[in-house]
Design a protein. Structure first.
Length: 138
């Protein structure tokens, strides 16, 4: 194998490895940024304690409202389930299957498709050049 072919093989190998790693690194890097976990605290005062008591009372009142709404929602769901039992779905989204939220959209999908097209074009070029060289040489 000549020096020129070794260099070409090394470059093609590096390009293919990079093409496989770029979409994977984009998927890893797209995670959420972590929030700081520790904050400075101060000693509570009498006013802070009063505010905390008021918040606790408000939270109890809010919890009572939510419990009342939850009971109403349960009754509503039970009625809806009874109605739905009469009318059976045929499948697909009607059966409760939600379509994928982000199917085929995004920069990672586009980058992967472009990389695949370039790799296929490069492989085709390599094969065609090799065949033409074989025809010339013998």
């Amino acid at each position: 194998m000549s020096r020129h072919l070794r260099l070409r093989f090394a470059v093609l190998t590096a390009v293919m490895a990079g093409a496989m790693l770029v979409p994977a690194s984009a998927a890893v890097a797209s995670g959420p940024t972590p929030a700081p976990s520790a904050t400075a605290t101060k000693a509570p005062t009498a006013a802070d304690k009063a505010v905390d008591r008021k918040k606790a009372e408000d939270a109890k009142a809010e919890a009572a409202k939510k419990a009342k709404l939850a009971d109403f929602a349960k009754a509503r769901k039970a009625k809806a389930a009874a109605d739905a039992a009469q009318k059976a779905p045929r499948g697909g989204v009607a059966a409760g299957e939600a379509p994928v939220a982000n199917a085929g959209t995004g920069i990672t999908t586009l980058a992967g498709s472009a990389t695949g097209a370039l790799l296929l074009a490069g492989a085709g070029t390599f094969v065609l050049r090799r065949r033409s060289a074989e025809r010339r040489n013998g």
